[in-house]
Ligand binder design. Sequence first.
Ligand SMILES: NC(=O)C1=CN([C@@H]2O[C@H](COP(=O)(O)OP(=O)(O)OC[C@H]3O[C@@H](n4cnc5c(N)ncnc54)[C@H](OP(=O)(O)O)[C@@H]3O)[C@@H](O)[C@H]2O)C=CC1
Ligand SMILES: O=C(O)CCC(=O)C(=O)O
Length: 417
Amino acid sequence: MADQANPFESLQEQVDDAAASIDADAGVLTRLKNPERILETNLTFELDDGSLETVRAYRSQFNGDRGPYKGGIRYHPGVTRDEVKALSGWMAYKCAVVDIPYGGGKGGIAIDPDDYSETELERLTRAFATELRPLIGEDRDIPAPDVNTGQREMNWIKDTYETLENTTAPGVITGKAIDSGGSEGRVEATGRSTALAARETFDWLGREIEGATVAVQGYGNAGSVAAALLDDLGADIVAVSDSSGGVHDPDGFDPRAVKAHKIETGSVTEYDDAAAVTNDELLTLDVDLLVPAALENAIDADLADAVEADVIVEAANGPLTPGADDVLADRGVHVVPDIFANAGGVTVSYFEWVQNRQRFHWTESRVNEELERVITGAFEDIVDAYESHDLRNLRIAAYVVAIERIIDAYDQAGNWP
Ligand SMILES: NC(=O)C1=CN([C@@H]2O[C@H](COP(=O)(O)OP(=O)(O)OC[C@H]3O[C@@H](n4cnc5c(N)ncnc54)[C@H](OP(=O)(O)O)[C@@H]3O)[C@@H](O)[C@H]2O)C=CC1
Ligand SMILES: O=C(O)CCC(=O)C(=O)O
């Protein structure tokens, strides 16, 4: 098991590493390492048996220099104030690295959604939306899905906000169902950018993605779509896992059939009688490409020593500790950072918001073409920073690109006399 590094400290270390390469001003650096504001609230809601329950919820608005705060809402027992702060910071850097006009935000409720019925989750989500209402808005802060949330929760939040505000404001939230103002391609977008990031990286390294062996940790929205799209690119998905464990078959899986099995049984385990692996065994398999697509801190420095993959593409946010980054850089393993690799989700959220503002619906092929343009362009910017500043790894390069853009926006806003 990897250690439980504090994700907010990891974010601050990542920013420090990158800022050192560009000599950022100390005052601005403090701004770049801390959220502007955080809502921390107790939500009380009614259970189906009529009793009341109170749970902890957060929304962190990290930085709004480049536009409205933007980022998902997570339902997970591991949600803490520091985790949400870190996730909101990663959002600010993510939006800047792919150059979309947003700052960073993130929210979460510290619950296991499996403990509640759908009606209880609806009451809880509407209670959260009511608390969030003064903070969010189409031009203020725009939430979206993250771990254990999806279209259903986004539709509830939109409806609560619009009812309380007595208005129509589909752009207050993204990741909605299509008939409620969602975008084509949003469900697949995080996995799609992960697959595109892998393709671009292999190309840059002069390697073939076709025939590359791949292990994917986490088989939810990000992981299962990344696996399917990597398979479409000709890669072999040889191992997958979820919170119950994993399966490994050197001959490769059909990732869509694995997904169907997970929907039917609740887990990828026991798929097709394949060999069982633990999550740590999966992360250290001898594969060409490793895709962590679950939670933070999946790989720490100790586990990094045992990683055999040549390339890691981070679909999850924060799956590597800073200690793991150091070990992997020393060992010559290329890590494609979360703030770029999984940015497809927020990029298509941006397209959804644009469509909502235009009251115009794009085709799926238009969404996917625009997404590919953004991701390939961002990869060129990262490689350019990596090579021109002679940087230690692609993560520092991505932060350099993002920090320079945020500082430019901050400087251009000028000062109050
Ligand atoms: N959804 C999005 O648009 C975006 C998501 N991300 C990031 O991608 C990551 C995954 O999010 P998403 O796919 O949306 O979430 P989901 O809830 O859809 O899936 C999460 C997956 O991770 C698995 N998991 C949880 N804990 C562990 C563990 N300890 N070991 C192995 N697997 C585990 C879950 O297993 P089980 O199914 O058993 O619960 C599930 O398969 C997160 O870091 C998220 O922040 C990043 C950008 C956008
Ligand atoms: O789609 C969005 O706005 C944000 C998605 C998200 O939470 C993330 O990229 O981590």
